[in-house]
Structure formats: C-alpha cells, structure tokens
Design a protein around this ligand. Structure first.
Ligand code: RP5
Ligand code: MG
Ligand code: MG
Length: 281
C-alpha cells in the first residue's frame, strides 16, 4: 500500500510557515488505525474563495456536490475507488495528512491533473545515443519545469479543466509550461501544429491515481493521469526550442537517473517510464 509523505511536512506550502500540520507518524496514517485525540487544524486559503476553478464552501446552501460521480462537468470520481464521506467531507483515500480543509486546492475530494512526460534519448554532438558508463544503458531525458510555487523541478503538469478531455490537458499544459507559445512562439513551432498533434496522439499510459502532493489535506487531494510521449529520433519535439511559461520559471531537458529529486511523487512516474524504455536509472 502506498504511503504519502510529502503531505505530512511540518508546514503547509505557500503559507510562509504560518499553517502547521499535526504530526502524523507513518503507523497512524491509515484511517482504520484508531486515534481518538487526532484533531488537526482546518485551513482553506482565502484566495480560492469565489475562483471559477474552486468549489464553494462546504456550508454553502447552494452547493450540492455529487461525490464519487461525474458531477455536471466536474469529475468527482477517484482513480482510487470510492472515497468515504465523513461529516459531509470527503476523506483522503491514503489516510491522514495532519490538516483539514482544502488548503490551496480548489476541489473538495479529488483534484484531477494530467502529467505529460516528454522524452528523448540523450545524444552527443554527432547525434549518437549516450550510454551510461556503469549501467551500460542508454540515457533517457525528459522535459522538466521548475515550479514557481516551491522551486522544485517537476513534470509540466496541470489541472484538468471542467469538461476537458485529459488528452487535451496533457497537450495544453505542455504547450503552456514548456513551449510558452504566447511569448516565445517561434516559426518552427507554429509550422509544426500537425506534428505536435500527432506527437500527442501517440502517448503511452504510465500512471493514473493519487499524487503525493504537498498541497493535499484530509479532505482534498491531487490525482493525475501521466502519459509518456517519446521522440525516438530526437528530431521532432525533441528538437524544439524550450521556453518556460505560466506557472513554470524554468524549463530544460533533464537526464533521467535515480538521483532525481522531483516535486510530489513525480520520481515514481519517471521510474515507470524508465521501466518501459529499459533505460539508465
Ligand atoms: C501535481 O500537481 C500533478 O502531478 C501535476 O504535476 C500538478 C498539477 O498542479 P499545478 O501544476 O496546476 O499546480 O500533483
Ligand atoms: Mg499549468
Ligand atoms: Mg502546472
């Protein structure tokens, strides 16, 4: 069973260390372990109030969420199966996080994202694939962005808009965060629309489920669909100029190995891509 860790750090992110989580030891994470005195603080960031992407307060008399369902065009189903509702609030399927409320997340319950993992082989100046000196395996690279919120490197993922197809989110978030068409849109990319469409049509499923995101709480959590888009020859998207945009402050091709320390549980998704390609780790 998966054990979440990044959502049990001492302070809740983006609060200048003003919001503390109750310390939850590993063995007390599962809800079925009885912990009578467990009474964490409740925190929902005030800036999410009234945002079009956020749910109303749980006490709002006009709010009638359909838990565990497709609710209008909002997907309130979890990849992890049915989640419980306790005292009118969804319960994090992985267990305790030391904080109630929604934190900075918009939705009560699952918040759905998509993660495009764009890869190519690492090559030398003569365009030959590079092999690792110890493992003798070819080295894979993926497009990583540096997140504005925590400064950590991550897959350029983002939230699925209401009613949006996940396949569209994967492509849209990649274009926004790694290619920044609006500000850096080069000729090369503009002339490559059909190529980009085709590239994003041929993804491989990597993971769908819970993300160990530092923003998770007892009542709101991140889930994702991660897909791998691989440029085998390194001549299509693998040769595009990169430009950080939206919530990314930096973007680059990153060599893949087990030394990576990425945001949330992104390392685990990258490890699955490595297994598919039998590349260096
Ligand atoms: C992570 O947060 C997901 O895996 C995805 O990469 C990301 C989506 O949130 P934003 O980038 O929109 O903040 O949990
Ligand atoms: Mg984004
Ligand atoms: Mg993002």
């Amino acid at each position: 069973r998966m054990l979440h860790r990044k959502c049990r750090s001492q302070f809740y992110p983006r609060t200048n260390n003003t919001v503390s989580r109750t310390f939850v030891p590993d063995e007390k994470v599962p809800w079925d372990i009885i912990w009578e005195e467990y009474n964490p603080a409740t925190f929902t960031a005030s800036h999410i109030n009234g945002q079009p992407w956020a749910d109303p307060a749980i006490t709002d008399s006009n709010f009638h969420p359909q838990w565990n369902r497709i609710d209008g065009n909002i997907n309130r189903k979890s990849h992890m199966g049915q989640y419980q509702i306790v005292d009118f609030l969804p319960l994090n399927p992985l267990g305790r996080t030391g904080l109630r409320g929604r934190g900075v997340l918009g939705r009560w319950g699952p918040n759905h994202a998509a993660d495009p993992i764009v890869t190519r082989w690492k090559r030398d100046e003569s365009h030959n694939v590079e092999f690792h000196s110890v493992t003798k395996k070819p080295i894979l690279q993926f497009i990583a962005i540096q997140r504005r919120d925590t400064g950590e490197w991550a897959i350029p993922g983002g939230m699925v808009d209401p009613g949006e197809m996940v396949t569209s989110t994967l492509k849209r978030e990649f274009m926004e965060e790694a290619l920044n068409i609006l500000e850096c849109g080069s000729d090369k990319i503009e002339k490559s629309n059909a190529l980009i469409d085709k590239f994003f049509d041929e993804g491989e499923d990597i993971y769908h489920g819970y993300v160990d995101d530092p923003r998770n709480t007892d009542n709101a959590w991140m889930e994702t669909v991660a897909m791998n888009f691989h440029d085998e020859s390194g001549t299509s998207v693998g040769a595009f100029p990169l430009c950080a945009g939206d919530d990314a402050v930096n973007v680059r091709w990153m060599d893949i190995s087990k030394e990576l320390t990425l945001y949330a549980s992104h390392n685990d998704f990258i490890a699955k891509v490595v297994a598919k390609h039998n590349s260096h780790w």
